[in-house]
Design a protein around this ligand. Structure first.
Ligand code: PBG
Length: 337
């Protein structure tokens, strides 16, 4: 038996896509997406009454801050050139209507003022505008006597909360409650009180997601049950475009998709139609997955973080909320040296 002879040496033709992958300089030249610290926003937690920062078990590397350590974290974020910080607070006392959310001496409002006095305009100081951290039942709104989340009564509370946050100096309020009409009601309340320059971020497409799990730890959430009557169903894609269109019509300055990594299709859709900047939130569970796998040595931590945030940008996010923001900005600065 004779071995068959191979034919002529194959040639792919004129096109060789590997040419533009051949060196780091070539790859850098043709990269379609880049990361910049200004496109990163760091979420931060502050807890009332703490004397020492407290680690969050399911989010290694992230902590509940004291008022003092929060200032320092915000200052580091500013030094790193981040685009902003998003503030979340954990009060010691909760009630049915979330009174602490609208008390000027409530922990979130005090923290906003603290951070503003620390960083001024060097960062966009953003505050989570939602009741779940402040209610004893853990829902994002107030309840009807039968225990359902009361959309329209909640809007009144959101308007009051927006005024409290704007009075404390917030540059931007982040509406994360998913009540119908929240963007318009808050915009009108801010304008009527003279806060024309306070921006509104609408968590336009926010899904009822398992990936918020570690966040519940971070804010010691009291929630029993779930948020499926107000947050979006993960099954739905088309509905996100409706949410975004409504929020833009109601005056949103920025719209957001959340979570990010499991919703890149939604993010791409939103980026294609939005006339305002689009944000995406790499949430607590996404952070925890990367940290856990990296701790086992199953993925390379730094590469996984860079790739995940780059992919969120590539899908269409103009900026990304991520717990990796300050560290990531440090790597980017090194890369550019
Ligand atoms: C609501 C809010 C949540 C998150 C941000 N804002 C929790 C929820 O909707 O259940 C989650 C963020 C994260 O998981 O990192 N105040």
């Amino acid at each position: 038996m004779t071995t068959p002879t191979p034919g002529p040496v194959p040639h792919p033709g004129r096109v060789r896509l590997r040419r533009t992958r051949s060196t780091p300089a070539m790859r850098r030249l043709v990269a379609e997406t880049r990361l910049h610290p200004a496109q990163l926003v760091l979420p931060l937690f502050v807890r009332e009454g703490l004397t020492e920062p407290r680690p969050i078990a399911s989010m290694p590397g992230v902590e509940q801050h004291t008022r003092d350590s929060l200032r320092k974290a915000a200052a580091s974020a500013a030094d790193a050139g981040l685009g902003g910080v998003m503030l979340f607070a954990v009060p010691t006392v909760r009630d049915a209507v979330g009174s602490q959310a609208t008390d000027p001496d409530g922990i979130l409002n005090l923290a906003i003022a603290d951070v503003i006095s620390e960083v001024g305009d060097a960062l966009v100081v953003q505050a989570d505008l939602c009741l779940d951290e402040f209610t004893d039942h853990g829902h994002c709104g107030v309840l009807t006597p039968s225990g359902a989340v009361d959309n329209d009564a909640t809007l009144v509370r959101y308007a009051e909360m927006a005024l409290a946050q704007a009075s404390a100096g917030a540059h931007l309020v982040g509406l994360s409650g998913m009540m119908d009409g929240q963007t318009g009601v808050v915009r009108d309340a801010l304008d009527a009180a003279g806060f024309d320059d306070t921006a509104v971020l609408a968590y336009a497409a926010k899904y009822a997601s398992a990936f918020y799990g570690p966040f519940r730890d971070a804010v010691e959430s009291a929630l029993v049950g779930d948020r499926r009557t107000y947050q979006m169903d993960p099954a739905n894609r088309r509905e996100a475009a409706r949410e975004v269109a409504l929020d833009i019509a109601e005056g949103a300055d920025v719209v957001m998709v959340k979570p990010a990594m499991s919703y890149l299709d939604v993010l791409a859709d939103v980026a294609a139609v939005s006339t305002v900047p689009v944000a995406a939130y790499q949430v607590s569970g996404e952070y925890a997955m990367i940290m856990a796998a990296a701790a086992h040595g199953w993925i390379e931590r730094e590469r996984a973080i860079l790739e995940s945030v780059l992919s969120i940008r590539r899908a269409g996010a103009d900026h990304v909320l991520t717990y990796f923001a300050t560290e990531l900005a440090g790597w980017l600065a090194e890369e550019n040296r």
